[in-house]
Design a binder for this molecule. Structure first.
Ligand code: ATR
Length: 271
C-alpha cells in the first residue's frame, strides 16, 4: 500500500494520521499514514529517506515548513508566496514538489463550510509569522475590499504586505495603528494564543455583524474565540475546520479524490 506521513518535532499530538485515515476509509483509497518525528538537524535526510524507501507524500509541520520549502525541486504559486510548504509530493521522475494547503483550508472552511462571503469584505489578519504568511495569497485571491496585516513588530507586517502587494489591496501595519479602524472579519495568526493571550486590540475593531476566526484550536474555546464572543462576533470560529480542510486539500493533491470533511470535523470536535 502507498505510504504517507506527517513529519514534525514534536509530532505526538498531531491529528493528521486520524484525519487522513478517516479520509482513506471514506474514499476507499488504500494507504497508510503515520507520524514521523523529524530530527532537528536532520530534516532533509529524513525526507529523502522517506521517499527513497517508498513513501508517496508527506505533510510537514512545525518547525520544518520553511526547510520543506527550501528542499522542494518545484513549488506551487501558493507555496512560493507562503515561503513555506506543508505538503510534499514525489513526482514520477523522483523530483519533489512542494505545496501549501493551509490558506486553501482556511478559505474553504470560511466560504464553503460556513457560507462566509470573503469577496468585498474588510479583513484584518493578526500576526506576520508563518501562520499568516501561508494564508495571504489565498485570501487576496478571494477579492476582499482590503486585507490589513497587523503585527506587534510592524516592520514584519509591512514586509509581508510589500512582498504580495501586486496580488491585491494589502497593507501592513503595527498593532498600535489599529485605533479607529473597523473590519468585517478578523483572523488571528499570532502565536499569542499558545499562552492563552490575545494581542491588545481596540474595542470597536470588529464591525457590527463581523466574524472572528482563530487559526488555532483546542478542546476549550481559545483566547481569541472568547475575544470574538466578548466583542459580539456573529460567529467566533476556531481553526478546527481549517485543520481538516488543509488535510483534505493535501489528500486531494496526492490521490485526486476530494474527501467529505464534515464527519471528520464532528469526530474531532467530540474528542
Ligand atoms: P508561527 O510560524 O507559528 O506564526 P512565528 O513565525 O514565530 O510563529 O510568528 C509568531 C507571530 O505571533 C508573530 O507575528 C508574532 O509577532 P512578532 O513578529 O512581533 O514577534 C506574534 N506574536 C507572538 N506572541 C505574541 C503576543 N504575545 N502578542 C502579539 N503578537 C504575538
Amino acid at each position: 500500500t502507498d505510504r504517507y506521513a506527517v513529519i514534525g518535532n514534536p509530532i505526538e499530538h498531531s491529528k493528521s494520521p486520524l484525519i487522513h485515515t478517516a479520509f482513506a476509509q471514506q474514499t476507499g483509497e488504500s494507504l497508510t499514514y503515520e507520524r514521523l518525528l523529524g530530527k532537528l538537524g536532520g530534516f532533509e535526510a529524513d525526507v529523502r529517506n522517506f521517499f527513497a524507501t517508498g513513501g508517496c507524500g508527506l505533510n510537514v509541520t512545525v518547525p520544518f515548513k520553511e526547510q520543506a520549502w527550501a528542499l522542494s525541486d518545484e513549488r506551487s504559486l501558493r507555496a512560493e508566496s507562503a515561503g513555506a510548504v506543508n505538503t510534499l509530493i514525489q513526482l514520477e521522475d523522483g523530483r519533489i514538489r512542494g505545496d501549501n494547503t493551509d490558506g486553501a483550508g482556511l478559505v474553504r472552511d470560511l466560504s464553503v463550510n460556513h457560507g462566509y462571503l470573503l469577496s468585498g469584505c474588510r479583513i484584518l489578519l493578526l500576526g506576520a509569522g508563518g501562520a499568516s504568511k501561508g494564508v495571504v495569497r489565498p485570501l487576496l485571491e478571494c477579492g476582499p475590499e482590503k486585507l490589513v496585516i497587523a503585527n506587534r513588530t510592524a516592520g514584519k507586517a509591512r514586509q509581508l504586505a510589500d512582498a504580495l502587494g501586486s496580488l491585491g489591496p494589502v497593507e501592513g501595519i503595527g498593532l498600535d495603528e489599529l485605533d479607529g479602524r473597523q473590519f468585517d472579519l478578523i483572523i488571528n495568526g499570532t502565536a499569542a494564543g499558545l499562552t492563552g493571550e490575545v494581542p491588545p486590540l481596540p474595542d470597536n475593531l470588529l464591525a457590527p455583524g463581523g466574524w472572528t476566526y482563530d487559526m488555532m484550536y483546542g478542546s476549550e474555546p481559545t483566547a481569541f474565540v472568547r475575544w470574538g464572543q466578548q466583542h459580539r462576533a456573529t460567529r467566533a470560529l476556531d481553526g478546527l475546520g481549517m485543520l481538516v480542510e488543509q488535510a483534505a486539500e493535501s489528500f486531494f493533491l496526492w490521490r485526486g479524490v476530494r474527501p467529505e470533511t464534515a464527519e471528520v470535523m464532528a469526530q474531532l470536535r467530540a474528542m
